[in-house]
Design a protein around this ligand. Structure first.
Ligand SMILES: [Zn+2]
Length: 468
């Protein structure tokens, strides 16, 4: 059975011979990859690798594509209990749903919530997720444990907000920075957990904290995460509180540098576009989040033209990598492409590139993952192409963006280890987790001070009918 062959390497190595191999320049045939020690040891024509490694029998994968695992450059792993509670709600759901919900999570709940998020991400083809930091006081240890247990690659943010401290609480600020430094040091050499620092939104920290956190991440080669210019309400809040728009505020306190990974950046003035380009900062483009809870869409075409590193992000909406690529293209087309007659709108490849190696670069992991290349981590997907939607196939890159579906992902590998087979974990019980989550999520949502504007859909319908 194929899954057994893939789970039991010969002499610690897997020689994989897929019908198609997705390289940065496009899909290729007749190629093979040698996976050993968690990495791609070699990527070359099959005959070459067969001759070089006569002791290894290649695992033939007819009608399969081996492609890089996808990168979710912006998510919230401890929000998975909320799900459809946020649907149809006005833009700033973090204030009324997410912060109240995350604040009641204890360490066990944070663990379960993260584990569910990680399972969903892996099922959706994401081998790497960038977490913007939990608001659960007890959360970080639970998040780390769940990341470990699922084996997903994670850029994990530690929140360093200090605006709630008294203006003269220097000791409190020192404690935050010391903890941040300790966090970066603790995971400095970790294979799968990549530490990062976060400030939820620029107004949640003082100028000094913004500056110091961004300086720490730049010095350590890590990512500084924050949400900028997402909603009109957020832009106006920053203008009222600090006299500057969020991205301008980062710039003014010296926090807009090449270590920054900015989520959303949907409402950028031309000046802010220039500041962004000159800073070297990266952006997470979250098309589904814009559709579900935003009031603007980033022009990813302009961002690409300016050379700003960017990846695609879910922002915790739905962890489905193929649908995210589709949404990235469709959203760009509806909001920018239609108006200026851009029928190509990224040509398919733009979205595939930024879901893989472009996303890895934005996440600060360009030298670690995102490509099938010798020396990089073996983070990859085996995708079944023997489905009606890919028959006949004329243009695999475009087809992945518009036809690709989660149910085609047969295997998910992270760091050379198979984590899922046919959508389910190979070494732990995904369904048992779901039973546990159902119970704990109900308890936590009930006790969280969540404020929703709309009732659930069926009650909403009944209300509308009664009013007629
Ligand atoms: Zn977010």
């Amino acid at each position: 059975m194929l899954s057994r062959e893939l789970l039991t390497p010969t002499e610690g190595a897997l020689l994989l011979a897929p019908e198609w191999l997705m390289l940065p320049e496009g899909a290729r045939q007749g190629m093979a990859v040698l996976v050993r020690g968690g990495r791609f040891e070699a990527v070359a024509p099959l005959e070459e690798l067969r001759a070089a490694h006569p002791a290894l029998s290649p695992i033939e994968l007819p009608q399969h594509l081996l492609m890089p695992g996808l990168v979710d450059t912006h998510t919230h792993l401890t929000q998975s209990f909320g799900k459809s509670l946020a649907f149809g709600e006005p833009s700033e759901i973090f204030r009324r749903i997410w912060v109240p919900m995350e604040s009641v999570l204890d360490a066990d709940a944070a663990y379960l919530s993260t584990k569910l998020s990680a399972l969903e991400a892996l099922r959706g083809g994401f081998t790497t997720v960038v977490d913007a930091g939990t608001r659960s006081e007890a959360g970080l240890d639970g998040v780390v444990a769940a990341v470990r247990d699922t084996g997903i690659r994670c850029v994990l943010g530690m929140i360093c907000n200090d605006a709630a401290l008294a203006a003269d609480d220097e000791a409190g600020r020192r404690r935050i920075l010391d903890t941040a430094q300790g966090f970066l040091a603790q995971y400095e050499h970790d294979a799968l957990l990549h530490p990062s620092l976060a400030i939820s939104i620029p107004e949640a920290a003082t100028d000094h904290m913004l500056h110091d956190v961004a300086a720490l991440t730049r010095e350590s080669g890590r990512r500084f995460q924050t949400h900028v210019n997402e909603h009109l309400a957020a832009v106006e809040r920053a203008l009222v509180a600090r006299g500057l728009r969020p991205l301008e505020l980062l710039h003014a306190c010296g926090a807009l540098n090449e270590s920054a990974l900015l989520a959303h950046a949907t409402l950028l003035t031309p000046r802010e576009m220039g500041l962004l380009r000159d800073s070297g900062a990266a952006v997470a483009y979250n098309p589904v989040a814009s559709a579900w809870k935003g009031n603007a869409v980033l022009d990813a075409g302009v961002i690409a033209m300016l050379g700003v590193p960017f990846g695609l992000g879910t922002d915790g909406t739905r962890a489905d990598g193929f649908r995210l690529m589709d949404a990235a293209e469709t959203t760009q087309r509806l909001t920018h492409g239609l108006a200026n007659g851009d029928s190509s709108c990224g040509g398919g490849w733009l979205w595939l590139d930024h879901a893989t190696h472009g996303g890895a670069r934005a996440a600060g992991l360009g030298a670690i993952t995102g490509r099938i290349a010798p020396g990089l981590a073996a983070d990859f997907l085996l995708v079944d192409l023997d489905v009606p939607e890919f028959m006949p196939s004329w243009d695999l890159s475009w087809e992945l963006v518009r036809y690709g579906n989660r149910d085609q992902i047969r295997a998910v590998f992270v760091n050379g280890a198979m984590r899922l087979w046919q959508g389910w974990p190979v070494d732990w019980d995904g369904r048992a987790l779901m039973r546990q989550v159902a119970e704990i999520a109900r308890r936590d949502v009930q006790r969280a001070p969540i404020q929703r504007v709309h009732p659930v859909a069926d009650v909403h319908r009944a209300q509308q009918l009664a009013r007629r």
